[in-house]
Design a protein around this ligand. Sequence first.
Ligand code: SAM
Length: 280
Amino acid sequence: MVENDAARAADVARDYYDTKDVDGFYAQAWGGEDIHVGVYEHAREPIGTASRRTIDRMAARVGDALGPDSTVLDLGSGYGGAARRLAAEFGCRVVALNISETQNRRHRELNARHGLTDLIEVVPGSFQDIPAPAGSFDLVWSQEALCHSADRLGVLREAHRVLRPGGHLTFTDIMAAEHAPADALRSIAERLSLPPFATAARYDEQLRALAFTEVEFDDLTDHIRTHYDRLAEALHTPAPALLDAVSAAYVDTLRTSLAHTAEACHAGHFTWGIFHGRRD
Ligand SMILES: C[S@@+](CC[C@H](N)C(=O)[O-])C[C@H]1O[C@@H](n2cnc3c(N)ncnc32)[C@H](O)[C@@H]1O
């Protein structure tokens, strides 16, 4: 039953990210690299700059897991912004697992443009069933992808399986705040084609149940408010490249959807931050 739900959610995510309008929006709104929440130094900072800072902040938590001898697995790797930044900065190998072939094509093109094809392997597939043997990775990494899973414990179990003993797991995700009203969140999840959101407490419980050690959560919820404000603003006066990439009808849909999500952030309905743990 859980497996059927997880397979269905994976199909929904693939269809969503392969859609021309959705791809056009995500490929434009973050500077073409990242599709995750940024860490903002100030409220007017460009989304792309803040999004890269999130990668750097996650990288700083995993210290010795990043270097020329390490292999990283990025779950739900989008257009590969994190994979390229980690490979270029630390010389590590990255396996980028992602269910959307539309995104994977763009990801491979960008890797080639940046001369990073030798360090990054883009693999099509689902994080519910990671196509890699046990103990293959020094670091499992994921940003804003687990929200698409209908079986997050299953994904974390897979992450544990493919990590070497002592390996690191770090991820960010958009989560429900502990006392957020179910109705408000349900409508947002449905609009984004997402299963019900996780909470930070639930992730913490699941990580400990899987015997991850040194489990920590860096709560950065303030930044998700700024992030959705910035995205909603970007839709007030869309850049010409965005108007070229998406249909007029989708711009209208996005305006409404992003404004609602921004409101929910201000109402305190969401939590966002960085999880970190180590495999026992
Ligand atoms: C919001 S995007 C984040 C992309 C990337 N992590 C980033 O931060 O730029 C969510 C990503 O999760 C991927 N995804 C969703 N469900 C997946 C699944 N079951 N297996 C692998 N990737 C999945 C999507 O294709 C998409 O690339």
